[in-house]
Design a protein around this ligand. Structure first.
Ligand SMILES: [Mg+2]
Length: 227
C-alpha cells in the first residue's frame, strides 16, 4: 500500500487569510487585543502552537489549557462563518480535486491528512472546499489537536493509516515543516510550491521532489510507482 498524507493549507486549499482573521477576531473579542496575528508566521505550524505564540506576544504568557480550548472553539465558529459566506476567500488549489480523485480510485492507495489544523478545523476547510469526501477524518489523519509538534502529528497519521513495513508513506506539503516531519517518519516527501515556501528552500530541506502544484502529482506518482 501507498499511504498518502496531505497537508491542507497551501497544499490542497488556500483560505486567503481567513484563519488569521478569525483568530484575530477572537483575540479582540476575548482579550481586547488588536492585530494579534500580525507578523505571525503561521504556515506549516499547528493551531495550538500559533495560539501559544499569540499569547506570548500579546500577553507575555502562555494560555492556560481552558483558554487554549476556548480560543480554538471560538476560532472554529468564526472560521466556519468566514468560509461559509458568499465572500469566502477559500480556494481549492490547482489539481487538488483531480489528484485526490485519481488517487482515491487506486486500490493500492490510501488517503489521509496530516495538518496543523485541529480536526474540526480540517473538517470545516475540506467540507467547504468540497474535498472532505476523499478522507475519513474521524478515523484517519494527524491533526493539531493530536500534538502542537508537527512531526508528532504526522507520526500519529502514519500510525492511524496502519502502515506496515512493506508500505510506502508519502507526505505532501508546502513548507519545510512538512518536509522535516516527512523525513522524521521515514516518508517520501512531495513538496508543492503553492503555499508557504519556495522551491529551492523545499529542495534544500530535503524534499524528494518539488512540484509546481498538485496537477503534477499524478504523473509523478505514475512514474515513481510504475510496476
Ligand atoms: Mg501547509
Amino acid at each position: 500500500m501507498i499511504h498518502y498524507l496531505f497537508d491542507i493549507d497551501g497544499t490542497l486549499v488556500r483560505a486567503g487569510g481567513a484563519g488569521a482573521r478569525s483568530l484575530s477576531a477572537v483575540m479582540l473579542a476575548r482579550y481586547g487585543i488588536s492585530d494579534a496575528t500580525r507578523g505571525l508566521a503561521a504556515a506549516g505550524r499547528t493551531d495550538p502552537a500559533i495560539v501559544h505564540e499569540m499569547f506570548e506576544r500579546a500577553l507575555g504568557r502562555p494560555p492556560a489549557t481552558a483558554e487554549l480550548d476556548g480560543v480554538i472553539a471560538a476560532y472554529l465558529d468564526e472560521l466556519d462563518r468566514a468560509l461559509g459566506g458568499a465572500d469566502s476567500t477559500l480556494r481549492v488549489l490547482p489539481g487538488a480535486h483531480a489528484a485526490l480523485a485519481w488517487l482515491a480510485a487506486r486500490p493500492d492507495v490510501s488517503l489521509a491528512v496530516a495538518t496543523g489544523n485541529v480536526r474540526a478545523g480540517a473538517r470545516i476547510k475540506l467540507e467547504r472546499a468540497g474535498l472532505a469526501g476523499h478522507f475519513d477524518l474521524d478515523r484517519t489523519g494527524g491533526y493539531g489537536c493530536d500534538s502542537a509538534v508537527r512531526t508528532e502529528l504526522v507520526a500519529r497519521a502514519v500510525g492511524r493509516a496502519g502502515a506496515g513495513s512493506d508500505d510506502t508513506v508519502v507526505v505532501v506539503g508546502d513548507t519545510v515543516h512538512d518536509v522535516a516531519a516527512a523525513i522524521a517518519v521515514g516518508a517520501v516527501c512531495v513538496a508543492v510550491t503553492t503555499g508557504g515556501d519556495r522551491a529551492e528552500v523545499l529542495a534544500d530541506a530535503g524534499a524528494d521532489v518539488v512540484l509546481d502544484d498538485l496537477a503534477a502529482l499524478v504523473p509523478w506518482h505514475a512514474a515513481r510507482f510504475a510496476a
